[in-house]
Design a protein around this ligand. Structure first.
Ligand code: 4AD
Ligand code: MG
Length: 469
């Protein structure tokens, strides 16, 4: 039978009612007449203080309950004299569920999470245990709130959730950063010296892990009007940075009968709604990150809610960057046609605008084949949302809905037409203006928690040279 969660106990009155809790011991303190166990079950940041009367407590059992051990404790919920908590448990009895030795025994290393601050690098090596720390518990809870919030936001606006495939035959972004999927025995093939024959592979042709669900989402937007997909995507980019994962989660809404301006308004509403939810529902965890990661974190989120996002075209942005280059001292010289580097994004959001920025109308060479071309023949109806401290969080565009223009662009990029016939069909039959974007969900969690490295906002990060656990 389920016992109440600790967060539920904290909302009860201290009326001496009898309760049973289960969780993991964080600390044990011995006073003159009392022994205190701090027990945490991950349902909230706070641990429940369980006070044992030294005279009547089962000392043999308490002796074996060290940091990390799991236990079941029965007692009465009483007012707590300690500050910062309304209730504590006047413990009656305790049962050990699983010990966690503080000292190494024969063949068993000591429990590695002792009561002290561990470095994030060390915790990455024990990612199977790091959720038991305050930091990773709070990341998991905020991530959970945001994931639920994504569905709340879109469901309330008439969007239909679509499950797009993880295995695909297309390269949606045309960037070539694909992980190939095969059922062929590559090692056996290597021994024979023959190359792989993909006609004999599982799908009869090369297949990949998807880099984006967009193209498939577009097909459903062309039938259900407003859709979104939210799933893992995979990119074999050789970017070993604090903002890149090889496996990350993306939220991709796609709307029929929508233009770039509609898309920007949706992205702004969406980010504001998510920040608002976390401010409202995750105050305790946010307070922890405000104290440990980034002073003024809640204020920063509130300012996203309160500020109007500033639109600027790519051409204007480059103009500003060029003008300010001498004073800013960029490592990469900004010039029209070059991608914005993170130092440029930082300048735009933190110096020029001091708030969220939406950069639009990029040179077509910098962006994917599907973006709607502007009349100037040089730029496309793209939008990137940049946030202070983080940089790009959202990338999107109005889509090319003109069949001829789309086919010309695909031709110019050498994309095999038959492979994308299903995609161009959308422009052949009942074509509509449409637009969408992708929000990097892990980057959002990074932004909201102030965690410095994206590898610390997902339980088991997959990144260049890293696929442990
Ligand atoms: O800008 P991107 O590449 O856009 C797309 O994939 C479009 N198909 C989206 C769409 O229009 N439906 O990626 C979208 C977002 C980025 O803005 C960034 O936040 C995140 O995904 N992202 C990554 N996050 C973590 N690790 C990586 N390697 C990422 N690459 C992109
Ligand atoms: Mg992008």
């Amino acid at each position: 039978m389920f016992t109440p969660l600790i967060k539920e106990l904290f909302s009860l009155p201290a009326d001496s009612r009898e309760v049973t809790v289960r969780g993991w011991v964080r600390t044990k303190r011995e006073l003159k007449n009392l022994i205190f166990l701090e027990v945490n079950d991950g349902s909230c940041m706070r641990s429940l203080q369980c006070a044992f009367d030294r005279a009547s407590a089962d000392r043999g059992v308490l002796e074996r309950l060290s940091t990390g051990a799991s236990a079941e404790i029965r007692g009465n919920l009483v007012p707590s004299p300690a500050s910062g908590q309304a209730v504590e448990l006047a413990a009656q009895d305790v049962r050990i569920i699983g010990e966690a030795p503080a000292e190494a025994g024969p063949g068993i290393p000591a429990y590695p999470l002792q009561k002290k601050r561990h470095s994030l690098e060390f915790l990455r090596e024990i990612a199977h245990l790091r959720a038991r720390t305050n930091t990773f518990g709070a990341v998991a809870r905020i991530r959970n709130r945001l994931a639920f919030g994504v569905h709340e936001f879109f469901q309330a606006r008439g969007f239909c959730h679509i499950h797009t495939p993880v295995i695909t035959a297309n390269d949606a972004e045309g960037a070539g950063a694909l992980f190939q999927v095969t059922a062929l025995d590559l090692q056996a093939l290597a021994r024979t010296g023959n190359g792989p024959d993909y006609t004999r592979d599982f799908f009869g042709k090369p297949a990949y892990l998807t880099v984006s669900g967009q193209l498939e989402a577009e097909t459903y937007a062309a039938a259900l009007s407003r859709v979104y997909t939210f799933g893992p995507v995979f990119r074999a980019e050789h970017s070993n940075t604090a903002r890149h994962l090889a496996e990350f989660w993306m939220v991709e809404p796609e709307c029929a009968f929508a233009c770039l301006e509609d898309n920007i308004a949706l992205a702004e509403d969406f980010l504001k709604a998510l920040c608002r939810m976390v401010l409202r529902d995750c105050a305790e965890d946010l307070g922890f990150f405000g104290a440990h990661n980034e002073k003024g974190l809640a204020g920063a989120l509130q300012s996203v809610v309160d500020s109007a996002f500033t639109p600027i075209t790519y051409t204007e942005a480059i103009g500003e960057l060029e003008k300010n280059a001498p004073r800013a001292g960029f490592a990469f010289k900004p010039s029209w046609g070059c991608d914005l580097q993170s130092e440029h994004e930082k300048f735009l959001t933190e110096q020029l605008v001091r708030g969220p920025v939406v950069v639009t109308d990029y040179p077509k060479e910098l962006k994917a084949f599907y973006m709607k071309q502007n009349g100037d023949g040089k730029t496309v109806r793209a939008m990137d949302v940049l946030l202070p401290r983080l940089g790009e969080i959202i990338g999107g565009s109005e889509r090319e809905d003109d069949l001829d223009k789309l086919e010309q662009r695909m031709e110019a990029l050498g994309m095999p037409r038959p492979d994308y016939a299903w995609y161009t069909d959308l422009r052949r039959y009942g074509s509509v203006p449409h637009a969408g974007f992708g929000l990097g969900f892990d980057r959002l969690v990074q932004y909201v928690t102030g965690m410095g490295n994206i590898r610390d906002v997902i339980p088991y990060p997959r990144a260049l040279g890293q696929a442990d656990f």
